[in-house]
Design a protein around this ligand. Structure first.
Ligand code: PBG
Length: 337
């Protein structure tokens, strides 16, 4: 209090009206912050809705290319592709991952032929291709993933993706040593220009449920809560997460990712302090489903909650945000600007 009985320090001066609030705003979302995850399926049928993710569809190749072009026109610069593998092509060893004509590689070539400027990210992991839904090959007794055998396959897979024209391979498997092995496989195959976005701090999360429904990996496994705790991180272990993420940097990753995003902003903020690499955060399927579900029930405002959730991810330190809201946000930002 000043001597006259008024507060001397009035922080609210900077919040008085819309103009001054705009001038002091510290963080802004931009369409180029976003990487849009897209699901691609075989055939030439109409888009099929993902039940637990309102507004998200599995697209055929032609629709995918059209969507990629529209996203680029909206200012989005990156997309992440996820294939829905027909169940008859799934095997215990996921060998379809190494088929040069597999769906995701045809998608990469089709998009690069039409929208070559768009930056393509493709997942490196076996879960879309295995009957058991795990990200790697299993050991002989079937009780765990076989880390080193998996890493060898992932290197081959990455080289195939690079040859098809993907810009960044994104190992999402959490095997030990995969970034180094993939970098080596890429370089030996003459793909020194292809980058690695490592899913570095990927937690064993309940928030992946809707994604597993979308790509059918849950169906293959017979459960949405597939147990990946021998390779994905324990949500209770922040130090271990940072250690693991920084190993990916040492092994040659070009950018690191934290996933899920919203429940792990502490990890994101700390990693931001500990690395100079670009950081991505993946607002996963369950985070998206949660906001939509509450909005449908009339309990939360969809647009305001969406905006706040994404701003929070950027504030915590993300340079790139993978989000199923990417298209809606880019459209909203365009209409605002
Ligand atoms: C699998 C993969 C998963 C996601 C992206 N890649 C799921 C999993 O680990 O089972 C989840 C993305 C999302 O939930 O939106 N390699």
């Amino acid at each position: 209090m000043s001597s006259a009985g008024f507060p001397a320090l009035r922080a609210r001066r900077l919040r008085r009206d819309a103009a001054i609030r705009e001038m002091v705003q510290e963080i802004r979302l931009h369409p180029s912050d976003f990487i849009a995850p897209l699901f691609v399926q075989e055939g030439c049928g109409a888009p099929t809705a993902v039940g637990s993710m309102p507004g998200v569809f599995r697209l055929n190749l032609d629709d995918l290319v059209r969507e990629a072009r529209e996203l680029f026109e909206l200012g989005i610069r990156g997309i992440a592709l996820f294939p829905v593998t027909p169940s008859e092509l799934k095997t215990p060893d996921g060998r379809e991952a190494l088929n040069p004509e597999c769906l995701v590689l045809r998608a990469v070539r089709a998009i690069k032929a039409t929208v070559p400027e768009l930056v393509l990210f493709t997942d490196i992991a076996l879960d879309p291709y295995t009957t058991h839904g795990h990200d790697g090959l299993l050991t002989a007794d079937g009780r765990d993933v076989d880390n080193d055998a998996t890493v060898t396959v992932l290197g081959e897979m990455a080289a195939l993706h690079a040859a098809a024209g993907t810009d960044f391979v994104a190992p999402s498997d959490m095997m030990d040593g995969r970034v180094r092995a993939i970098r080596h496989a890429l370089d030996s195959a003459g793909h020194g220009e292809t980058g690695i976005l490592a899913y570095s701090a990927k937690f064993a999360s309940a928030y992946y449920g809707p994604f597993r429904e979308a790509v059918g990996s849950a169906q293959a496994a017979g459960t949405r809560s597939l147990d990946k705790r021998t390779y994905q991180l324990n949500p209770a272990n922040p130090r271990e997460a940072l250690k693991d993420a920084l190993l990916d940097e040492q092994e040659g990753a070009d950018a690191l990712m934290v996933k899920p995003a919203g429940p792990y902003l502490d990890i994101l903020a700390e990693l931001r302090r500990q690395t100079r690499l670009p950081l991505a955060a993946y607002q996963v399927s369950g985070e998206y489903a949660q906001i939509h579900a509450a909005a449908r029930a009339g309990w939360l405002d969809l647009v305001a909650t969406r905006n706040e959730s994404l701003l929070a991810i950027k504030r915590a330190g993300a340079d790139w945000i993978l989000s199923y809201f990417a298209r809606d946000m880019a459209t909203a930002l365009r209409n605002e600007g």
